[in-house]
Design a protein around this ligand. Structure first.
Ligand SMILES: C[C@H](N)C(=O)N[C@@H](CCCCN)C(=O)O
Length: 467
């Protein structure tokens, strides 16, 4: 048998370069997913929409995915590979984002109803692209990093997405110059930029495939493909069921919360949407103004996870304890939402946000590598697609539900709120998220129990098999 020749992925420099290139796609899509949170106040005043309609716009991202579009993405990825799937879903995401941007400029009509309809259609299309791109980028990361620094690479990949969320949330008001449409156009152009970089990545993908195929002919390991029919096997895997339900419960209390967090901080704690003129302020006053700005403070949550997700990822790699860390993350989530809903202390509010940020780093760092211990590698693509699909059911409900509940519990004061005479009371909508935290703890304990029974090795370091 001939010796296996080195391939592009054996070069650390090329591997990491590839990771940066494909992660820019995540940066753009996460930005577009989350940037509207910083614009909620502006969207309400400029487009004339209420909280429930804002909820519908952000929720529309999940609608097509709720009925299985991510699974379609998984099938296309399986059948035609990274290149075809990446191009198809890159076009879908770019098209969706462009339609959303054009709608905000009034291209399809400038009455609020028409604008909203086309914004929702655009975001629905974008949402199909977003989730499939996340699966495609994850799959590409595995392709290049399997056998190398996979957990760290996945954490860095998510970190790029968090950068997108943080910057999009924190700076969209300024980027739009106080208007919605330019901020949406800028966010859409980031997806186009990420897509162009992904097209450049394809050169590396083609070269690597050629080298791997040549090695296969010379006796290298053949790759096993996963099949859609493996779905049935997943549906009967207890560990997979618990981790999928945990994924829905946990992310439903985090992603939708982030969309409303700036508005919560403005309405509950008197924070600002727009920064005052900082030029004549002392350094302390500037810091004070930034820490009193809803979008900027919310942006700090994903920004903090950029540092902590890789740290927690390497703890999981070295020490294990993934299920226990998910339990801890669920406790932190409850603390966060209780302190942000039931109390009126700004200090406790900050502690709640820090606690949510730690949970947002801890649970993903422990959850995503754990899936690879519960599910056979040839079913991982199907596993991630199914998890994202079910996750979208929860996200769709809560993206819209928080806004609808907010309007409902404040129904007597809506006119006064619109006139700027009263503020939204967020207590009940945020308390609802505490229920998600309680369900998350229960599921994390069930996962720990299933781990003991089935010996997945979730509590063990990476590479150590359970006996
Ligand atoms: C957006 C997507 N549905 C999601 O859940 N993303 C996760 C990361 C998934 C990475 C899998 N390797 C997130 O925490 O952002």
């Amino acid at each position: 048998m001939d010796a296996i020749k080195k391939t592009l992925k054996d070069s650390a420099a090329i591997r990491w370069l590839v990771l940066v290139i494909i992660s820019m796609f995540m940066f753009g899509t996460y930005w577009f997913q989350d940037f509207m949170s910083g614009l909620k106040g502006l969207m309400m005043s400029e487009l004339g929409i209420n909280s429930s309609q804002f909820g519908l716009i952000i929720s529309s991202t999940t609608w097509a995915n709720m009925v299985g579009m991510i699974m379609v993405g998984g099938i296309i990825l399986d059948k035609w590979g990274i290149r075809v799937a990446g191009v198809v879903f890159g076009i879908v995401a770019s098209l969706g984002a462009s339609i959303t941007a054009m709608a905000t400029y009034g291209v399809f009509g400038d009455d609020p109803g028409t604008m909203m309809k086309f914004m929702m259609a655009g975001r629905m299309l974008f949402g199909i692209g977003l989730e499939s791109i996340c699966v495609i980028v994850t799959r590409t990361t595995v392709k290049w990093f399997k056998g190398y620094e996979l957990a760290l690479a996945m954490a860095i990949n998510v970190a790029f997405g968090r950068f997108g969320t943080a910057f999009g949330t924190a700076f969209s008001v300024e980027i739009g110059g106080g208007h919605v449409a330019p901020a949406v156009a800028f966010a859409a152009s980031l997806i186009g930029f990420g897509f162009i970089l992904f097209l450049a990545y394809l050169i590396f993908d083609i070269r690597l495939d050629k080298q791997v195929n040549a090695n296969k002919k010379e006796g290298g390991e053949p790759e096993e493909d996963f099949k859609f029919s493996d779905l049935v096997k997943l549906a009967t895997n207890k560990g997979f069921i618990y981790i999928t339900l945990l994924c829905v419960a946990f992310y439903s209390a985090v992603f939708p919360f982030i969309q409303y967090a700036p508005d919560l901080l403005v309405n509950k704690f008197g924070f600002t949407y727009q920064l005052p003129d900082l030029s004549s302020m002392t350094l302390f006053e500037k810091i004070g103004a930034i820490f009193h700005n809803g979008p900027k403070v919310t942006g700090l949550i994903p920004l903090g996870t950029i540092l902590f997700t890789p740290i927690f990822g390497s703890i999981v790699d070295k020490k294990g304890k993934a299920a226990s860390l998910m339990i801890l993350g669920a406790f932190l989530l409850i603390f966060a939402h209780v302190s942000l809903s039931l109390f009126n202390s700004v200090t406790l509010g900050y502690l709640g946000l820090v606690s949510l940020g730690v949970a947002f780093a801890l649970v993903p760092a422990a959850m995503w590598p754990s899936v690879a211990k519960i599910v056979a590698e040839n079913r991982l693509g199907t596993a991630y697609s199914s998890m994202f699909t079910i996750q979208n059911w929860g996200l769709g409900l809560f993206f819209w539900g928080i806004g609808a509940l907010l309007d409902f519990v404040n129904r007597a004061d809506l006119a006064a709120i619109k006139a700027g005479e009263k503020m939204y009371d967020y207590t009940i909508p945020i308390l609802t998220l505490v229920i998600c935290g309680v369900i998350s703890i229960f599921l994390a304990f069930m996962l720990l129990r299933a781990d003991k029974q089935n010996k997945y090795g979730l509590e063990l370091p990476s590479g150590v098999e359970a006996k």
